[in-house]
Design a protein. Structure first.
Length: 300
């Protein structure tokens, strides 16, 4: 595991300013588009595009390009664990089956790219130990987590069966202003911007005491790249070794613009996960550091 803490520490003003400014701009110029983008027709169109991209023919073309192959099938960052309960079959088709289609394309073509599969801390679910490492048993508690476990183990299976340079990155939550709008971090910063712009008054959330290990996405992507530079493939946990609650995130986001979140946030039972994940925090085993030449610039 690797620690990513510089520019990733919770509540850094740099991220807050970027996120809120970006959301404020979007709320003003895209107000008329928000409803249209979230319509059932739009979601159905996304599904059709993804299924076409994951067809055998398309994945053969992807594999034959050589070099690097990345498997991050989660409806292009639209899935959350809660949403996966509403569409479990769709979640499985994209997250689990999409991965094996890519691996099969690599195997059938005979091309040998270096393959990265985006596993998730959601695979730990009802955690068996705190903090979690590469050796912690999986106990997923959502359709998304279950699908990720399949994608993880099928990647291990193809690596061991066919000698592929296939890596799993078990990434804990990684955030940036580009985060999908259904994820709680963007949902909060987006709401702050809308409230400031007078476009929204209330923000509806689930369990405010839920805790996650949040890091900075740009640094996590660098960790992904480092995995593909190694001579031997492996599985890696990427985390900050810190955990914070939704309530703390609300304090940081609303407090940055001088608002009190208690006046705007309400609890909606629909956003409470059917089986919530336990304490989510990664452990520093320094696995990725040991296989690289010197610590990357984002390691403290």
């Amino acid at each position: 595991m690797v620690v990513v803490s510089r520019c990733a520490r919770f509540g850094r003003a740099r991220f807050s300013r970027l996120a809120i400014a970006r959301e404020l701009f979007k709320s003003l110029v895209r107000r008329s588009c928000l409803k249209k983008l979230s319509s059932p027709a739009s979601r159905a169109r996304t599904g059709r595009i993804w299924r076409n991209c994951c067809s055998r023919r398309a994945t053969r073309c992807t594999a034959s390009s050589g070099g690097r192959a990345h498997s991050t099938p989660a409806a292009w960052n639209r899935f959350t664990t809660r949403v996966s309960f509403d569409s479990p079959e769709y979640t499985t088709d994209i997250t689990a089956t999409g991965t094996v289609r890519l691996l099969e394309a690599i195997r059938e073509t005979g091309i040998r790219p270096r393959f990265y599969q985006a596993s998730s801390s959601e695979m730990f679910g009802k955690v068996q130990e705190v903090p979690q490492t590469e050796r912690t048993p999986f106990y997923p508690r959502s359709p998304y987590g279950c699908a990720k476990v399949y994608a993880h183990w099928i990647t291990v299976n193809y690596r061991e069966s066919y000698g592929l340079h296939a890596n799993n990155g078990i990434l804990f939550n990684h955030e940036s202003p580009r985060r999908g709008e259904t994820f709680v971090t963007r949902k909060i910063t987006r709401a702050v911007a809308h409230i400031l712009a007078g476009l929204q008054d209330k923000l509806y959330l689930g369990n405010l005491d839920a805790k996650r290990d949040w890091g900075y996405a740009r640094e996590y992507v660098e960790a992904m790249w480092l995995m593909l530079q190694q001579d031997k493939p492996d599985d890696y946990v990427i985390a900050t070794n810190e955990t914070h609650s939704i309530r703390e995130f609300l304090d940081a986001a609303f407090g940055h613009v001088g608002l009190h979140w208690e006046k705007h946030v309400e609890i909606d039972p629909r956003w409470t996960q059917l089986s919530a994940m336990s304490v989510c925090i990664g452990r520093n085993t320094w696995k990725l550091i040991r296989v690289t030449i010197g610590p990357p610039k984002w390691i403290c």
